[in-house]
Design a protein around this ligand. Structure first.
Ligand code: DGJ
Length: 756
């Protein structure tokens, strides 16, 4: 039993392998949060919150004389509103008379096997039958607003999920102006906030800040989780490192506008509140109606950030991703976007595919431009009919030729959008989100379709179903290339306009749910101008997401490093592209580009016909290598050894298989120097008592001089065996890596029968 209700203390204990999560129903019926952290035994948790009379923190009415119980001081599991807790609140609700207030009191609870589901929203599943669910029911006695707090406890995974359901059990309509998914009150310690900010082509840059005596906010109002602030955040001990210290992850399973606030409060308690962004949000809840707030995945590690990431990686792969592609090795792909942009025809695509197939590539992806009058990004979205000028005879002749090469065929779509210059927009201008009487803000001359309208979702489902039914398509790249402004649905009444952004997300999810259920064999890759919607919500439908439109290997080190804090490598779309790089103009060796892209789903995005014979040989070898190591890379433990934070001249990261029998060290020099310090790293995650040897070594520097120099330095690495303890404590030092952005991969295997 991972969930226990203790009487008479009325304490709930949620236990995972290494953590405890405790809360208590107090004498008034409020649900207090008591503890979340490393697993603990018995003890009086309530004693952690000694009664105190704090000025300007009003007391519960029942405590008006002793003044020793204030909603403003006690840790809450989910707050009320306008009833004396001045910290961040989880909810804001008004009744028909405009009275704003809620105070939730315990009604009942239920512990059940399995994992709760959320109607219409992505949520963790429990295919491995390990979870238990706790449902705590509370109610505000005045409005009749019922609150269900849902907890999914995944004992072996060390994960607790949370979600919220509201139901109007009263007689009058209620307006929900804010509904957070969770509140987490962490009582003690000095915490840092780690968050992942960025912009287009520069997603998920790591920033670690001390909590200020203030409220810090990570959010998006863009109708997408966004390039700018990823919804995943970490609170960690000031001393926490990759390998040690307490850290707590908070990952919303949501892809729309979100908001996470962290407040360091007057008594040192840290409150984190996360959920749908309340900017412009207002949900009308009529008597008898329900509302579900998105799920949040919590994980806690007292062994540092590396362990926390590994918990998330495993959980997302096992319990968020679904379908036959969940654990399957993804095909090595070639995408024509950077090879041709909009300028292609059947013959050009086939030539690229032919070359790629000969080198071991398994999937040809036809990117933007195959439909409507789409010769640039100003037109055509919404008209999902093949452009037969570019593809004479349609898609099928092309697909047949790709399949004849032994390759799978994939296609790009951007269903959520409509170009102003399209037949769809001319027929249904009211299907786009626009403000009456105003010119809309434009991005790529396209507008966002109103997926809050069921008939729009229906139309898109029909178009996509026809596409996938009529053609032998094995893969879909689902793109989304502008953020949501001018939020107004021409179909909803005035009192429901505050629901549009969330209803839009529900529309996206229902569309993706239908298509992924109907076409389970199709591999869906998410995309939003690169990584503008890289979140756990999208991963429930798309087991991989294009990580960034920046394909420069050196820039990718930073982007992929930031992504790795929360998301598994198996989800990270990464390609080798041409040099000079199209985004930065930088030159990097082909091998270095492959080393970086291999820490992802791995593919190519260039015209391989332009490579020399020698380069083609490299590509062939890279693909063979990736296929050999795909299991280790896709499912092994991931370690950030030396981050790309500018402190070191190189970046290093590593994989270790779950059984610790093999490991892969990757290293890229980001700042070549004439007289460098040697690149020294200690490996992680090995068996200290096992014996390892280097069975493959790749040096990448892209010049003969460099290659000759490197050969001299390699002997020492490939000679003899190393104990796991040696590699983890003494480490390895690489010879002077010469050339522009050189890279190294060292593959270690355990030596059978040898003990260290
Ligand atoms: C943005 C994506 O991130 C690119 O890879 C490409 O598919 C373009 N859209 C096409 O318009």
């Amino acid at each position: 039993m991972s969930i226990v209700f203790q009487n008479p203390s009325r304490i709930f204990r949620l236990e995972t392998h290494n953590t405890s999560y405790c809360m208590q129903i107090d004498s008034r019926g409020h649900l207090l949060h008591l503890y979340y952290g490393s697993r603990i035994g018995e003890g009086d948790l309530a004693a952690l919150y000694p009664p105190a009379d704090v000025s300007f923190s009003p007391n519960y009415y029942s405590h008006r004389f002793d003044r020793l119980a204030s909603p403003d001081i006690l840790p809450q599991e989910y707050t009320g509103c306008n009833v004396g807790d001045f910290r961040l609140s989880t909810i804001s609700v008004t009744d028909a008379a405009g009275v704003r207030g809620a105070d939730f009191l315990y009604v009942s609870h239920e512990i059940s096997p399995g994992k709760y589901a959320l109607n219409g929203l992505p949520a963790a599943h429990d295919e491995d039958k390990e979870a238990e669910t706790l449902t705590v029911r509370l109610q505000d006695p005045v409005t009749g607003l019922g609150l269900e707090l849902l907890y999914g406890v995944f004992e072996r995974q060390d994960v607790i999920t949370r979600a919220v359901r509201l139901a109007n059990h009263g007689n009058g309509a209620l307006q929900l102006h804010k509904v957070a998914s969770a509140c987490l009150d962490l009582p003690f310690g000095q915490w840092d906030l780690i968050h992942f900010h960025g912009r287009h082509a520069m997603e998920r840059q790591v920033q670690r800040v001390h909590l200020a005596d203030a409220i810090q906010t990570v959010s998006s109002t863009r109708g997408a989780s966004s390039h700018h602030h990823n919804p995943f955040v970490i609170l960690c001990d000031r001393q926490a490192t990759e390998e040690a210290g307490a850290c707590c992850g908070v990952m919303p399973v949501y892809s729309g506008s979100f908001r996470t606030d962290v407040e360091l409060t007057q008594n040192g308690l840290v409150r984190l509140v996360t959920g749908i962004h309340d900017d412009g949000f207002c949900w009308l809840l009529q008597p008898g109606e329900q509302f579900a707030a998105p799920e949040v995945i919590f994980a806690y590690s007292d062994q540092g950030l590396g362990r926390l990431s590994q918990i998330y990686h495993r959980f997302l792969r096992h319990n968020i991703c679904r379908g036959p592609w969940r654990f399957a090795r993804r095909p090595v792909l070639i995408n024509n976007w950077e090879a041709t942009y909009f300028d292609f025809d059947t013959e050009k695509i086939v030539r690229i595919a032919e070359k790629a197939a000969g080198l071991g590539v398994e999937l040809m992806v036809l990117d933007d431009g195959w439909f409507g009058k789409r010769n640039d990004d100003n037109s055509g979205l919404g008209d999902w009919q093949v452009n037969t000028r570019k593809l004479p005879g349609g898609l099928d002749p092309l697909i047949r030729r790709i399949h004849a090469l032994g390759m799978k065929f994939g296609i790009w779509v951007e269903p959520e959008m409509v170009s102003v210059d399209s037949d769809l927009y001319r027929a249904h201008p009211d299907w786009a989100l626009t403000l009456p009487g105003r010119d809309p803000a434009m991005g790529r001359d396209q507008l966002v379709l109103d997926l809050a309208r069921p008939e729009v979702v229906e139309y898109l489902a029909d178009c996509m179903t026809a596409l996938l039914q009529e053609h032998a398509i094995d893969y879909v790249k689902w793109d989304m290339n502008r953020n949501m402004s001018d939020v107004y649905s021409h179909a909803l009444p005035a009192e429901r306009q505050g629901e549009v952004t969330h209803r839009y997300m529900l529309g996206v999810y229902s569309l993706l749910e239908r298509l992924t259920q109907q076409f389970p064999q199709v591999l869906f890759e998410g995309c939003a101008g690169g990584g503008g919607r890289f979140d756990a919500g999208m991963l429930a439908y798309c087991p991989q997401i294009w990580c960034s439109d920046d394909t420069d290997a050196i820039e990718r080190l930073t982007i992929q490093n930031g992504t790795s804090y929360g998301y598994p490598v198996s989800a990270v779309g990464a390609h080798v592209s041409a040099c000079p790089n199209h985004q930065t103009g930088r030159m990097t060796p082909l091998e270095t580009r492959a080393v970086v892209a291999m820490s992802g789903t791995f593919g190519y995005e260039l015209d391989l016909n332009r490579l020399t014979e020698a380069e083609c040989g490299e590509v062939r070898a890279q693909i063979e290598r990736f296929k050999r190591w795909a299991d280790l890379i896709g499912s092994g433990a991931y370690f950030r050894l030396v981050p790309p934070d500018g402190e070191s001249d190189f970046t290093a990261w590593q994989f270790a298989s779950e059984d610790r029998r093999e490991a892969l060290l990757n290293l890229v020099v980001t700042h070549p120097r004439a007289n460098p310090r040697s690149a020294h790293v200690r490996l992680r995650g090995l068996d200290p008592n096992a014996c390892y040897r280097v069975d493959e070594l790749v040096f990448a520097a892209g010049s003969d001089v460099a290659d000759a120099r490197h050969e001299g330095g390699t002997a020492v690495l490939t000679r003899g065996n190393f104990s796991g303890s040696f590699l983890m404590h003494a480490g390895v030092a690489l010879p002077h890596l010469f050339g522009d952005y050189p890279a190294v991969q060292l593959h270690f295997v355990q030596v059978e029968g040898e003990k260290a």
